[in-house]
Structures are given as C-alpha cells and as structure tokens.
Design a protein around this ligand. Structure first.
Ligand code: DC
Length: 220
C-alpha cells in the first residue's frame, strides 16, 4: 500500500505524513531529506550546482542510505546527516539541486524500491505524478504562503532563533517558484490526487482525512 503526499514547502507534509504513517503502521518516507543530503554534499564540496557535469560527478560519488530507527535517518557516505540537513541553506540548495536531471535520476530508484518493499506514506513534490503514479492514495497538501510562513516562523522561534518574517515569506515564494517551474518532475497536483488546503485545519483534521479515522475515535 502506497500513499503519496505532495505539496509545497511548509505545507505540513512531513508532520501529517509522519502521523498518518504511525497511525496506519506504515513507514514514513521523507524524499525531501534525500535531496537535502545531496545538497549538503554539494555545499560541503563547493560544487557548482549550475554545472550539470560537476553535479553528475558528485552524484556518482554519493552513497545515500535510508535507515528506519523509529524515524527515518539519512546517511550520506556513511555519516548520519539527519540533523544537519534541516538547515535553511540546505533546503534552499536542495530546491536548486532538485531541478538537475542527475540528481533526480540518482534518487528515483531508491524511492521506488523502498515503496515496492514496504507499505509507505511518502511525501515530496513529484510522488503522485512521477515516482509512484500507481499509488493507491494521493494527496496534494497545501496552505497559503502566509500560513506556511507563520508556521515556519514559530518553528524557528521554538528553536531559539530570531527569524525575519519577510525573509521567510520571500524564501517560501522563491522555493515554490523553483519547485513548480523546473523542467523535470515539477511540483503539481496529480489529476487523481485529493486537494487539501490545510490553512484553516488542525493537524488532526488533516490526518483524519487521510487515514479516515480520528484520533478521538481511536481512543474510544
Ligand atoms: O520537502 P523539503 O523542503 O525537505 O524538500 C527540499 C527540496 O527538495 C524541495 O524544495 C524540492 C526538492 N524535492 C523535490 O524536488 N522532489 C521531492 N520529491 C522532494 C523534494
């Protein structure tokens, strides 16, 4: 059983997908983390992301392993990079790197093989449209730029940072544009995906829509 959740940055995909997977007993596969691992390699090795030959060479030098130790852990050439890849700069580089063919080719078989071997809730940008077109359930999860920026702002404040709201909104808009307008596997709603705008919904309401059972009912 495969559930695909696509949508723009900050729509709450990972929170929702994680909760839905837990409730259903499936594995949560965060494909953005795989792009982030490649982005981290590009940053650390000062690779020119706009130079496709350099990027292709980098991709062949990269070993990415996904392990499930309660939650997904990402290993880049043997090193657990799960925490480092959450940085803002890595996310922004991931969006740029994800437009490059060698990067997408590198990750496609990994994503498909995990889905073939397990019941998964997989989130990303092109899961319902490209990676798992045969997924039994597909969702396109989004929220307004304002809502997504506010959520990100709160997350950063909780981490002890002092974020700039205007900057967060600008980053989100830029990332949306890059992810939706690239040539290969751009972010868009699959024709057979259910559209969910989470701007005015709680996490529980969205999870309920995906799993068909509310946590309140489950507790009864
Ligand atoms: O979901 P995220 O913010 O961790 O993803 C980081 C970037 O990776 C995102 O801006 C675009 C890219 N990405 C992608 O192109 N395809 C996916 N399936 C997942 C992520």
């Amino acid at each position: 059983m495969n559930i695909a959740i696509d949508g723009p940055a900050g729509a709450g995909k990972s929170t929702i997908a994680k909760a839905a997977a837990k409730r259903l007993g499936y594995i949560y596969v965060d494909t953005g983390a795989m792009y982030r691992a490649i982005a981290l390699y590009i940053i650390e090795n000062e690779i020119d992301v706009e130079n496709e030959d350099e990027v292709a060479e980098a991709c062949s030098a990269i070993d990415i392993q996904i392990k499930y130790e309660d939650i997904q852990q990402v290993y880049l050439n043997g090193r657990n990079v799960s925490a480092e890849i959450r940085k803002e700069a890595v996310g922004n580089m991931a969006s740029r790197a994800a437009a490059k063919k060698p990067v997408r080719d590198r990750l496609l078989s990994l994503q498909r093989s995990i889905a073939a071997e397990n019941d998964v809730v997989m989130d990303g940008r092109d899961i319902g449209t490209f990676v798992l077109p045969e997924a039994e359930q597909k969702y396109y999860l989004t929220a307004s730029v304002k809502t997504r920026a506010e959520r990100r702002y709160r997350e950063l404040v909780e981490k002890g940072e002092t974020p700039d709201m205007a900057q967060i909104e600008a980053d989100i808009e830029k990332r949306d544009y890059q992810d939706m307008h690239r040539d290969i596997a751009p972010l868009k709603q699959a024709e057979d995906a259910v559209y969910i705008d989470s701007s005015d919904m709680t996490i529980d309401e969205v999870v309920e829509k995906i799993c068909g059972v509310s946590s309140a009912e489950e507790k009864k």
